[in-house]
Design a protein around this ligand. Structure first.
Ligand code: NGO
Length: 519
């Protein structure tokens, strides 16, 4: 072929390509592309179009369904610019609308939902309000990625027609945020909560105290925050949450069906408290504030009665601020506490938590002590400890460091993070099964899955997002979706398509070369 011919052919084909790309015909989001993947999806080939005359109707008299409807409208209004009024209705005959309903359906349990999308209507029903909330997250993901934009976008706003039936695999699904090594503002934590909610997570564990800082106001021990909350890793001014701010966070999370689990780590990881009150030290001398990143050097004085008064006061105040059932008692890396002191100490701490009507959760070392019925052990490093917890009848929260620690670097070039447990690339974070990881810890022994973000190297929201995404959608899928048929090769395609969605949400994520990103 002569060169001019070849050039004109190339020119014509690129024009065709560009015009296809610019075509106003929207690409429908395949319901099979959702993350986490639903239990069952049957496409029907139709599509529903959201327009300026679409309304959200609540079937039945449910205040909670009305709230869910308002939440959905708030999520869809900014990008569409549509009014999306929310009101009650008695039947679904009017086409072009979205219907939400709470209806007794034990098959979907406490968190499941049924979603039916046809060209005439979207109908979402659930047994419980949480199910409606998760169904709404699915609706968001079925719309074009630009639905997550905070300003009006031009799009046909079509939803692919499908019948979706969905419920989670594990009851507890969440993340831990370390606000002690570096402090994060209420605004940042609220954004974190919104991101958890988007992936159908229901638990936020806040690591509220450590050697470097105490982050929750305790009215009976005010110096904990006045002095102990004043700094962070690397020095400089940090901060703490007042009780009003904490309550506001608890409410913000609860409105999104997320339970906050507050952690006060002990007897180690306590330098901020030891620096604030001399009487908590065996030698009655306050330590200096600490801004480094070593672990395992501090301990509460387990032999003094004042220590237990302190713990009782702290957990008493925390229990009254926390409607959720759990208080986390830490218990990890207490290398400065003798084993013979650690065992009775952790046992007494469990009693204190129980006295305040809460369920204790502790890092896997707590299995060294005798576990109270109901206590949950959090597997992070030691499988022998975790097996011992199972032997005692405890359930396990699965947070294996070499799979779920989001402070681990992706590879040796990651600008933030640690790598003591592993480098965790996006594929490695996804390729594991909580119920098959440790011999003897089976599905029925597992309370849930939690991905922790420790913050020694993480200083702001941008850093948080970079370490959390894109690993987090994978943890959400492991926690929510059926294990059968799971494969990285299939998932990475979905994750690649999901990139534009994270971008529209303003998430600064790590563009792993393992994923075929579609911009
Ligand atoms: C460990 C340690 C934390 C560190 C983290 C860093 C646990 C349970 N205790 O995990 O204090 O911040 O590793 O990856």
């Amino acid at each position: 072929m002569r060169l001019p011919h070849l050039l004109s052919l190339l020119l014509i084909s690129s024009v065709i390509f560009i015009s296809c790309k610019n075509s106003s015909e929207p690409v429908l989001i395949d319901a099979a592309d959702l993350i986490p993947k639903p239990v069952s999806v049957t496409s029907n080939g139709e599509s529903f179009q959201l327009t300026d005359s679409t309304s959200i109707y609540i079937l039945g008299e449910s205040q909670e369904a009305l709230q869910a409807g308002q939440y959905l409208a708030e999520k869809l209004r900014p990008a569409t610019g549509f009014k999306l009024t929310v009101s009650n209705a008695t039947e679904t005959s009017k086409p072009g609308n979205i219907y939400l309903q709470i209806s007794a359906d034990s098959a979907s349990g406490n968190e499941g939902y049924e979603l039916h999308v046809t060209k005439d209507r979207v109908k979402l029903s659930a047994n419980k309000p949480a199910g409606l909330f998760y169904g709404i997250q699915t609706i968001r993901q079925l719309l074009p990625a630009s639905i997550e934009s905070s300003s009006v976008q031009q799009s046909a706003w079509k939803i692919a027609g499908a019948d979706i039936s969905d419920h989670p695999l594990y009851p507890l699904r969440g993340s831990m945020l370390d606000v002690a090594r570096h402090f994060f503002s209420v605004t940042d934590v609220k954004r974190y909560i919104d991101l958890l909610a988007y992936y159908k997570m229901n638990l936020l564990h806040l690591h509220l105290s450590d050697d470097q800082g105490w982050r929750i106001e305790i009215k009976s021990w005010p110096n904990l925050t006045a002095h102990g909350g004043s700094t962070q890793v690397g020095g400089g001014k940090a901060g703490f949450y007042t009780q009003e701010e904490y309550k506001d966070l608890v409410k913000y999370a609860a409105d999104r069906f997320i339970t906050i689990v507050p952690e006060i780590d002990m007897p180690g990881h306590t330098n901020a408290a030891l620096a604030s009150y001399p009487e908590l030290n065996c030698n009655d001398t306050a330590t200096k504030l600490y801004t480094g990143t070593e672990v395992g050097f501090s301990t509460l004085c387990t032999k003094k009665e004042i220590t237990y008064k302190f713990i009782d006061d702290v957990f008493g105040e925390l229990a009254s601020l926390t409607p959720g059932p759990y208080l986390h008692i830490g218990g990890d890396e207490s290398h400065a506490t003798k084993k013979e002191d650690y065992i009775p100490f952790m046992s007494r701490v469990q009693d204190i938590v129980k006295k305040h009507g809460k369920i204790p959760i502790g890092w896997d070392e707590i299995a060294l002590t005798s576990l109270q019925p109901g206590t949950i052990a959090q597997f992070w490093a030691d499988s022998a400890n975790s097996k011992e917890a199972v032997r005692q009848g405890a359930k396990i929260m699965m947070s294996p460091a070499n799979k779920t620690y989001m402070d681990m670097q992706y590879d040796s070039t990651t600008r933030l993070g640690l790598h003591w447990a592993a480098y965790i690339e996006v594929d490695s974070a996804y390729i594991w099964n909580p119920a098959k990881l440790v011999n003897g810890i089976n599905y029925e022994n597992i309370a849930g899955i939690e991905a922790p973000l420790w913050s020694e190297t993480v200083t702001n929201m941008d850093d948080i997002e970079y370490m959390v995404f894109p690993r987090f959608p994978g943890y959400a899928e492991i926690a929510w979706s059926p294990e059968k048929g799971r494969s990285w090769d299939e998932y990475k395609i979905r994750l690649g398509k999901h990139g534009s969605r994270m971008k529209a949400m303003g998430i600064d994520f790590y563009k792993s070369a393992k994923v075929p990103w579609i911009e």
